[in-house]
Design a protein around this ligand. Structure first.
Ligand code: KIV
Ligand code: ZN
Length: 519
């Protein structure tokens, strides 16, 4: 193997990755991904399978014109036309490589190619020699190598090297091998074949979820190139995920003692780009780049991470391009995490305020999966008394339906006093507002009402914003709750409270007079 302490990263997102069901990319999208792969510093980009269409040839030609640092390769069967298409696609590449493959397992020979071993050896030798007339850098893959009879595998690999292959790639095409078996296979191959001047590569599929483990096992046995894809996309269950391969090598230097050229800070960005352009979402719990990879939900974990990040994180999120860890605020969150989060939002609460805040937070967290900053702002409104709390909503009961008159019963707290009344209305919200008006003795005219989900999901907090006219005063107010009727009532009450705060002294007779209009 050429002497180097680098493990070469061969990215096949644009070829095997694009073979993911439904993942086809336009030429512009392929170019965008290729440019970002170059920024990530991959060593080789497999840009596609040129013989598949003229459009594919054009797309690869464009990549070759624009992306100069990595080696660019295209895939070809052991067919002269495939190699010609590949050469045409790679014409403008500054570092071109042709990747030729031919199936070698008994099952593929018998049912797919319907050829004997001798025919396969000849095809391989002839086509590599043909390509070698035009290009020096040639990779050969014995497809389904892990199910190929070992002696035949050795024979075909020797044939390929003799014909001019400079990289031999061992694919676990159907993802069937186990790491210790793959390690042994690579060890045995190295004993049987001289790889002094030839790269030894592996290409693992993820049918049993072992693609990364198998690739890493092969590297431990001496492979110096790994074929992989961003987000692990690829045929069927996908390929080995580049981000997982690279971070394992980086974090386990005591084992690998070799590095890759990848600029890991770009991993998150390219993962999002590939997911966006292919339309294949990344599962939240995906290692390294999943949205939960640096999110902590349990109070004990949050407390640990706040005291020392490394208690629950083995990767610094900035190392893979994530700005910072995320403490998910929900029912499992503890007071430490919540207090820290509030500080980050710029709020410092007294002990007493925080006590109230925490109680309210837990009530909301019990109703919602995740509590967002917007939710916290609303709790802050209440706790910090950013809006005067002359009347507080104690209880609300609505009876409504398509065959009943909507009725609302409301209990409000004013100081130590509990005030209660009921009213009917055109709808449940109207009934609510009328009940509030009967209690507080003020009649307003609703000028505007809007409802907005301010957080996501079925359990989102709904925020109601209203504009109410009280005499010559127009007041805007809002209320939020997971229940939209309650949010509406809170909004109205806030309007009343604002009005009371602005003109607190009121004539009781005037109130009685106003009240009598709608009793
Ligand atoms: O999985 C496979 O065997 C392949 C080869 C063409 C390398 O993708
Ligand atoms: Zn493959």
């Amino acid at each position: 193997m050429p002497k180097s302490n680098k493990i070469l990263i061969f990215d096949t997102t644009l070829r095997d990755g694009e073979q993911s069901p439904g993942a086809s990319l336009t030429p512009e999208q392929k170019l965008t991904i290729a440019e970002q792969l170059a920024r990530l510093n991959v060593d080789i980009i497999e840009a596609g399978y040129p013989a598949s269409s003229d459009g594919e040839i054009e797309a690869i030609r464009e990549i070759c014109k624009r992306v100069k640092k990595p080696i660019i390769t295209g895939l070809a069967r052991t067919i002269k036309n495939d190699i010609d298409c590949c050469l045409k696609a790679l014409e403008k590449a500054s570092k071109p490589r042709v990747h030729i493959f031919c199936a070698t397992s008994k099952i593929h020979l018998k049912y797919k190619l319907k050829k004997a071993k001798e025919g396969i050896l000849k095809l391989t030798a002839d086509n590599i020699k043909y390509a070698k007339r035009f290009i020096d850098d040639i990779e050969f893959s014995p497809e389904d190598a892990t199910r190929t009879d070992f002696d035949f595998l050795v024979e075909i690999v020797k044939t390929a090297i003799a014909a001019g292959a400079t990289t031999i790639n061992i694919p676990d095409t159907v993802g069937c091998i186990f790491p210790s078996q793959f390690s042994e296979l690579i060890d045995n191959l190295k004993r049987a074949v001289c790889f002094d001047n030839v790269n030894l590569s592996v290409h693992c599929h993820n049918d049993l979820g072992l693609a990364v483990a198998n690739s890493l096992a092969a590297v431990r046995s001496g492979a110096n190139q790994i074929e992989c894809t961003i987000n692990g996309i690829g045929e069927r269950a996908g390929n080995a995920a580049l981000e997982e391969i690279v971070m394992n090598i980086k974090l386990h230097q005591e084992i690998f003692k070799r590095t890759t050229n990848i600029k890991t800070e770009g991993l998150h960005k390219i993962s999002r780009l590939v997911s966006h352009l292919t339309g294949i979402p990344v599962q939240p719990n995906k290692a390294i780049i999943g949205s939960n990879a640096f999110a902590h939900e349990a109070g004990i974990h949050q407390d640990g991470v706040l005291k020392k990040r490394a208690t629950y994180e083995i990767i610094d999120p900035r190392d893979v391009g994530v700005e910072e860890s995320r403490l998910v605020l929900g029912k499992h969150s503890g007071s430490h995490a919540l207090e820290e989060h509030l500080k980050k939002m710029g709020y410092h609460l007294t002990k007493n305020e925080f006590g109230k805040f925490f109680v309210r937070f837990k009530q909301i967290a019990d109703k919602k999966k995740e509590v967002f900053d917007e939710d916290l702002e609303i709790i802050l409104d209440e706790v910090k008394k950013r809006i005067p709390q002359i009347y507080q909503l104690e209880y609300i009961h609505i009876s409504s339906g398509n065959k009943t008159v909507p009725t609302a019963t409301i209990k409000l707290k004013k100081g130590k006093e509990i005030l209660e009344d009921s009213a009917c209305g055109d709808g449940p919200i109207d009934a609510c507002y009328k009940a509030v008006e009967r209690i507080v003795g003020i009649k307003g005219k609703l000028l505007n009402y809007s409802l907005q989900a301010i957080t996501s999901g079925k359990d989102a907090l709904g925020e109601v914003t209203i504009k109410v006219q009280f005499g010559d005063k127009i007041i805007t107010a809002r209320g939020a709750s997971t229940d939209i009727i309650e949010a509406s009532a809170k909004a109205y009450l806030e309007a009343v409270n604002r009005l009371q705060a602005a003109s607190p002294v009121r004539n009781p007779l005037a109130i009685q007079e106003e009240l009598s209009q709608f009793r």
